[in-house]
Design a binder for this molecule. Structure first.
Ligand code: NAD
Length: 512
């Protein structure tokens, strides 16, 4: 394979890289063709490509096309031009094509998993057994849902009301690095099912599987321009996409500050936005909880090295069971093996990027300086170095402290307690941040669990479980954790313009 040089920035050129033995074309995918740059359209970026590194060991993986306003515009124009044809494609045919994409994902699941792990450091076994099947399921689910979409007609004094979901137009989808293909496909599938055309801008830290997906959509037979990928940095490639006047929807998963910038850009053309943002979710452990289960669920929060938006990073434990719970928790943490995510025995891998590890460590340092105690972890893994941060639990933290209020997005949990029987205090702590993405409650008494969960501010509440996610459920966050809900028919509501057609019983020309 023609592999671009990866050291001298000026010489970088996006072509086809070999990643884990898989050829990955790292150019943009616009209007059914590959391009490293789109010439003559607008200000070019300073260099035509940038280097993507693996978080596992810092190895340079590929030179990636560095999109700017020209590429963004070309992709939106392609999506705009393809829109009428795609919107008019019968639902059954759109569903067939989405299923063909799902089949393509299944057929290339091993390759996708290997490339994703090299690119974002998530466990290979999770990518193989959990993530890639779920990516395929996203496409099948929304294909099925499209065919079931409908609302019963209803009557108003003899007039018939008919509700339809009309495709809205080109959708810009902007995604983060922590679960790249999973989060992208969860937007791409409903947008395409809804009859919208798509421009995807994946994270600059994890650009690879989006590019493989472009190949898969092409092989599945998606017409040119229906699905486009623009690679590049947020400020250079993402920002012009969100400001483009031909865009009709923006769905974004990422951080709160970026969401604000996108909302400002979208305001110019009043483009509806769906935002799935950060979290600082609580895990409440009530005194009558199954403490083994509580400890299992708490340790699960280190999955993906803590880089999960839904992670319940604040452990809130009822005082009488604090020590017993902590004992079970620490038993499990000591058994967690940290290392190369491609190794079957590894339980926790690296964080995404040296800059991100620095940020995570900054939160921990400042918390320790403010009086927090690290019951376990508290720094980089001394044996592994690099991006490997020890699973960390901090106690003695104040509710209004930075470590309790801000999203760390690393393997860092805090532990606080509330007095026995004091549901008000449990709820006050649980709801006491600006976020509201999710909450987890571990309890023995159903009625108390229902009383407390009813008072939690969160898009999703899990009781005695975690991360059970059905695509039919509404998904999103409250407060600063998001705007809007996707999932099931809510996704179609977002990617379509809903229309009500009212037809009178009178005025019809007679036939015959
Ligand atoms: P980020 O906001 O830095 O970047 C996300 C994406 O936005 C990237 O593709 C980036 O290039 C792009 N971007 C950056 N600036 C832009 C701009 N001005 N205009 C347009 N696009 C721009 O977030 P991140 O660090 O990649 O992801 C981590 C965040 O994502 C965390 O806060 C996490 O909680 C959140 N997240 C939320 C969910 C959810 O479903 N709620 C899921 C996963 C991650």
């Amino acid at each position: 394979m023609d592999q671009a040089p990866l050291t001298a920035t000026a010489a970088l050129r996006a072509t086809v890289a070999s990643v884990e033995g898989v050829p990955v074309d790292t150019r943009h995918w616009i209007n059914g063709t590959r391009s490293a740059t789109v010439t003559g359209t607008a200000t070019p970026t300073p260099t035509p490509a940038f280097t993507d590194h693996s978080p596992i060991d810092g190895t340079p993986l590929a030179a990636i096309a560095r999109g700017g306003p020209g590429e963004a515009r070309a992709a939106v124009v392609a999506a705009r031009n393809a829109f009428a044809g795609w919107a008019a494609t019968p639902a059954a045919e759109r569903a067939r094509l989405l299923r063909a994409v799902a089949d393509g994902v299944d057929a290339r699941a091993e390759e996708l998993a290997a490339v994703e792990t090299a690119d974002n450091g998530a466990l290979l076994r999770s990518n193989r057994r959990g993530v890639m099947p779920r990516v395929a399921h996203n496409f099948r689910y929304f294909a099925d849902r499209l065919l079931a979409l409908g609302h019963e007609d209803f009557d108003t004094r003899g007039h018939t009301n008919h509700v339809s979901w009309d495709p809205a137009g080109p959708a810009v989808l902007i995604t983060p690095w922590n679960a790249p293909l999973m989060l992208a496909s969860w937007k791409i599938a409903p947008a395409l099912a809804a009859g919208s055309t798509v421009v995807l801008k994946p994270s600059e830290w994890t650009p690879l599987t989006a590019s493989l997906l472009a190949d898969i959509t092409h092989e599945a037979g998606l017409p040119p321009g229906v699905f486009n990928v623009v690679q590049g940095y947020g400020a250079e490639a993402g920002a012009p996409l969100t400001a483009d006047p031909d865009v009709r929807r923006i769905s974004f998963t990422g951080s709160v500050p970026t969401a604000r910038r996108i909302a400002e850009a979208a305001a110019a053309h009043l483009v509806p936005c769906s935002f799935e943002l950060g979290g600082k979710s609580p895990l409440l452990v009530l005194a009558d909880a199954d403490l083994e289960l509580a400890a299992d669920l708490a340790v699960e929060q280190y999955d993906n090295a803590g880089q999960v938006c839904l992670a319940a990073t604040r452990l809130l434990v009822e005082e009488p069971v604090r020590d017993a719970f902590l004992g079970h928790f620490l038993d499990r943490v000591t058994k967690l093996t940290q290392g190369d995510p491609r190794d079957e025995a590894t339980g926790i891998g690296p964080n995404i990027h040296p800059r991100h590890v620095e940020r995570v460590d900054g939160f921990v340092r400042r918390a320790l300086e403010a009086g927090a105690k690290a019951v376990t972890g508290g720094g980089r893994n001394p044996e592994l170095g690099g991006n490997y941060y020890l699973p960390t639990l901090l106690t003695d933290v104040a509710q209004d402290s930075e470590i309790v209020q801000e999203e760390v997005f690393g393997p860092v949990l805090t532990l606080q307690t509330f007095p026995e029987g004091d549901d008000d205090e449990a709820v006050r702590l649980a709801n006491g941040t600006r976020f509201g993405l999710a909450a987890t409650l571990v309890a023995g008494d159903r009625e108390r669990a229902a009383r407390i969960s009813g008072r939690l501010v969160a898009g999703t509440v899990w009781v005695n479980c975690f991360f059970v996610r059905d695509l039919s459920a509404p998904f999103g966050g409250s407060r600063s954790s998001g705007v809007g809900r996707e999932g099931g028919d809510w996704s179609f509501d977002f990617y379509c313009d809903l229309k009500n057609t009212v037809t009178a019983p009178k005025g019809w020309a007679r036939h015959g």
